[in-house]
Each structure stands twice: as structure tokens, then as C-alpha cells.
Unconditional design. Structure first.
Length: 462
């Protein structure tokens, strides 16, 4: 899609973000260090909300209304739902003079909060041609104005109640910014035109389409280590990240980098998708029923090579970049084939202790989110954050002494602690400033449309 085509949607772009031009990136604003800081909250609120609108500004109205599968949602729905969250959990209970933008939105954009009320069926979100995208953007403007007023004028007693809820709402919106990218990618990948609404983050040349040197390993001692964090009113974290508790780790080895496309191609060429002995039972059933033969967005060519669909269109497959859009089943099968295993989530968290939270994260703008290759001659453990979510072998469950928060907001995480696997580290679609070393993402093992990859682990020989 050309730049000219992007700017020919004046109603969408003008009402989306008057101060953000399509393709620009809002300057990064950090989360307030002191959670009592009202100006810091307001600046962070504006930055996060503008990020969603900067993403939408790259799209056409038609892009934002389609739903390609039940697990994904249209961009328009994400834009509305994140506003519904602020309206429902902050404005309606704490802003006495607030008037809802549209009463029907309480059902249309409620995701799964049973204590709030009924919801429009998730699998039918793509049927909502109305409200229009411009009505949704006006809804965001309406909510933003009310939130500005609430932050600036509410009493100190109310502020003490709502300040952590505001940060929760902004972290919730950042999660949906990642989902906007992954849901959009899945939808556009179904289009035979292979749309390219974003710019490629790199240019492929014959010289840089080459595999890296073999993996190396870092040994970690293990022992009794802490996992998670104690939740504190002055430091935001999701409730599922705590409480802090001790775990016992045996000595183990971690690969220095993520598994690459080149690594994974060798698995395919060795008929990995046809060897039942490598697969977990449910994974093998998925391979057979869905006819999996390669990662989700790889496209087999007649000459036996592969290309890859990205948000910048179809690209040559770079063998040095991390493989992504794998299910946990595929990750586990590859690890079995490689003579290794997937890490436990406590092992990955232990390995990141004291490490800087830097990596290939997403800043909304014209550049497509996509994993970067590992760099030679860097730290022993690379790509700990960003690039790809790393599947673990750990089931998503409650930590010792975990208690979900009271009320509807307690439905955020706790009720999903069943039939899901933990992923760690963030991805190239995770917004800047959203990640923590204790952050726990979770999806069913068959999930493929997220930016999910893997790092290998080994038990230290006795």
C-alpha cells in the first residue's frame, strides 16, 4: 500500500489522532515512577492511547472491521474495548457526572467480564459493521476527555483508589496493541493480495540471508531461587506475577539465542512434521487435523524454498532471524528433535535477573513489527526480551498464596489458569515499557498467531 493510499482516509486519520501523522511514532513516555504522580499518569495515559491511534492511522477503514477467526478481533473492536475498560472500571464508578457515550457499547465491547454483564459473542465481533470506525474514534475522544478531567480534579481519597486502576487500564491497552498487530496480521495473511500496510524494518540482500553459527550454551547454577514479585501499591505488576516465592532449580543450560528460521528449516527438511515420535499426543493430532507442515506464515515455493508473510508484505525468508508463529507443540517437537527441551518459566526468569529490559520491542508507527537476528559476539544470553515470546514447558497456574483481586477486575487473569502454557520475554509486537522480568503471558498450546518462538534448554549433565 502506498503512502498516498494511506493518507486518502481523511475522516479516519483526522479523527484518530490529530497530533499524529500516519507513519510517525509518538515519542516514548515512560510509566510514572511514582504512582501518586498525577501529571505522570496523564502523560503516560496520552502516550499509550496515542499509540493505539498511531497503529490505526496506518490502516484503511476496511482493514479495521474484519475478523479472520474466533480467537482474533477486528482493530475497530480493540480500539473500542480499551475505551470500554476505562469507562467501565474508572469513569462510571468514580466520575459522578460522566455520561456514557452509547449505552449499547456496554454489551458490544465487554470482552469476558461476567460480573459486569452480558457480552457480544467473541466469534461474531467481525459482524459489527456498526458502530463505524469514526464512531469508535469519537468514543475514544469522549472517554479521553472524561479521563483527563477525572485525573486532574478527583479528590485525593478517590485518587488513592483509582491510580493503580489507571495503570492497569494502560497496561491492558498495551496488551491489546500487541493483539491489534497479531490479529491484523492473521487477517491480512488470508488475503491473496498479501497487503503490506507497514514498511519493512530491514532490506533483504543475498549477503544477509544466511544461517548463524551453531548455538552455544550458558550454564546456570540453579538452587533455591525466588520467582515472581510481591505486589506493591507503588509498583505496577499484573496480579498473576505474584506473590514472590521460592523454587528449587537444578543446574541447567540455556541456549545463547532464539531458534532461527534456518535451524527450524533443518527440522522440516528432516521430516519433523511427519515423525510422530517427536510430538506430544495433542500436538500430533493438530499436525494431522490441520495439516501443519511449516510455521504459520511461511509459504512454500515451487523450488522448495520458502517466503514469509509479514505486515510489510511477503518477504524472502531470512534464515538468521528467529522462527516465529509456532505453537507450543511445534516448539516442543523441535526441542525433542534437537536433543534438548523447552525451558521452565522459573529458569527463564532466573536467567533474566539483573538484566536490562532492552530488546526489539514495538513503537507504533510505520515500521512493521518483526523479529531481529541475534548479533554475533554479544552477551552469552541474547534476545532475552523482545523479538519472540518464548514458549516454556510450564503450565499456567497460580503461584503459592495467589488470590485474585476482588470484583470484576479479578476476572482479568485468575479464571484463565487452566489449559494454557506460559510464555516469557515479550516480542517485537510488545510495546516499549510494557515488559517485566516477572511477566507471564499465556496461551493454549495450539496457538500460532502470536509472535511466539523458542529457546532451547538442557539439564546439566550429572
Amino acid at each position: 500500500m502506498s503512502t498516498q493510499a494511506r493518507t486518502n482516509s481523511p475522516k479516519v486519520h483526522a479523527e484518530t489522532a490529530p497530533k499524529i501523522q500516519p507513519g510517525s511514532t509518538p515519542s516514548i513516555v515512560p510509566a510514572p515512577v511514582v504512582l501518586t504522580d498525577r501529571p505522570g499518569h496523564l502523560a503516560y495515559y496520552h502516550w499509550v492511547r496515542a499509540g493505539s491511534e498511531a497503529f490505526a492511522a496506518m490502516l484503511e477503514p476496511e482493514d479495521m472491521a474484519i475478523q479472520s477467526m474466533p480467537d482474533a478481533s477486528p482493530t475497530k473492536w480493540h480500539l473500542a474495548h480499551t475505551s470500554w475498560f476505562f469507562e467501565t472500571f474508572l469513569l462510571l464508578p468514580h466520575a459522578p457526572h460522566y455520561t456514557p457515550f452509547d449505552e449499547s457499547f456496554s454489551v458490544l465491547f465487554n470482552s469476558y467480564y461476567e460480573q459486569i454483564g452480558p457480552q457480544w459473542a467473541r466469534a461474531q465481533r467481525g459482524q459489527l459493521s456498526r458502530p463505524t470506525i469514526n464512531q469508535v474514534l469519537n468514543y475514544r475522544t469522549h472517554v479521553n476527555a472524561a479521563m483527563e478531567q477525572l485525573i486532574a480534579t478527583t479528590s485525593q481519597s478517590t485518587w488513592e483508589t483509582i491510580r493503580i486502576l489507571i495503570i492497569l487500564g494502560l497496561n491492558h491497552e498495551q496488551q491489546h496493541q500487541e493483539l491489534m498487530a497479531t490479529d491484523l496480521k492473521h487477517m491480512l495473511a488470508q488475503n491473496p493480495l498479501s497487503p503490506a500496510p507497514f514498511d519493512a524494518p530491514f532490506k533483504h540482500t543475498p549477503q544477509n540471508i544466511s544461517p548463524l553459527s551453531p548455538l552455544s550454551w550458558s550454564e546456570l547454577e540453579g538452587g533455591i531461587v525466588s520467582q515472581g514479585r510481591d505486589l506493591h501499591p507503588e509498583e505496577f505488576a499484573f496480579d498473576n506475577e505474584g506473590p514472590c516465592h521460592d523454587v528449587v532449580l537444578q543446574p541447567y543450560l540455556l541456549a545463547n539465542r532464539l531458534v532461527t528460521n534456518g535451524d527450524y528449516l533443518a527440522f522440516i527438511q528432516d521430516k519433523g512434521y511427519g515423525r510422530s515420535e517427536l510430538w506430544l499426543s495433542d500436538g500430533w493430532a493438530d499436525v494431522r487435523s490441520h495439516k501443519w507442515a511449516h510455521p504459520l506464515y511461511w509459504r512454500a515455493q515451487e523450488d522448495g524454498s520458502y517466503t514469509e508473510y509479514t505486515l510489510a508484505g511477503v518477504q524472502a525468508l531470512d534464515l538468521s532471524q528467529p522462527v516465529t508463529h509456532l505453537s507450543a507443540y511445534e516448539a516442543a517437537a523441535y526441542a525433542q528433535w534437537a536433543g534438548a527441551r523447552l525451558p521452565r518459566e522459573a529458569e527463564l526468569e532466573h536467567a533474566t535477573k539483573g538484566k536490562a529490559l532492552t530488546g526489539n520491542f514495538y513503537a507504533p508507527g510505520a515500521i512493521a513489527p518483526h523479529p531481529h537476528r541475534a548479533q554475533r559476539d554479544e552477551a552469552p544470553l541474547q534476545q532475552l526480551f523482545g523479538d519472540c515470546w518464548e514458549w516454556t514447558q510450564s503450565a499456567y497456574s497460580a503461584y503459592p498464596r495467589y488470590q485474585a483481586p476482588r470484583g470484576a477486575v479479578g476476572e482479568y487473569n485468575g479464571k484463565f489458569m487452566c489449559n494454557q502454557m506460559v510464555l516469557r520475554g515479550g516480542s517485537c509486537a510488545t510495546p516499549h515499557g510494557h515488559m517485566r522480568t516477572t511477566y507471564r503471558n499465556f496461551f493454549p498450546a495450539g496457538t500460532r498467531w502470536q509472535f511466539s518462538g523458542l529457546r532451547l534448554a538442557l539439564d546439566t549433565p550429572a
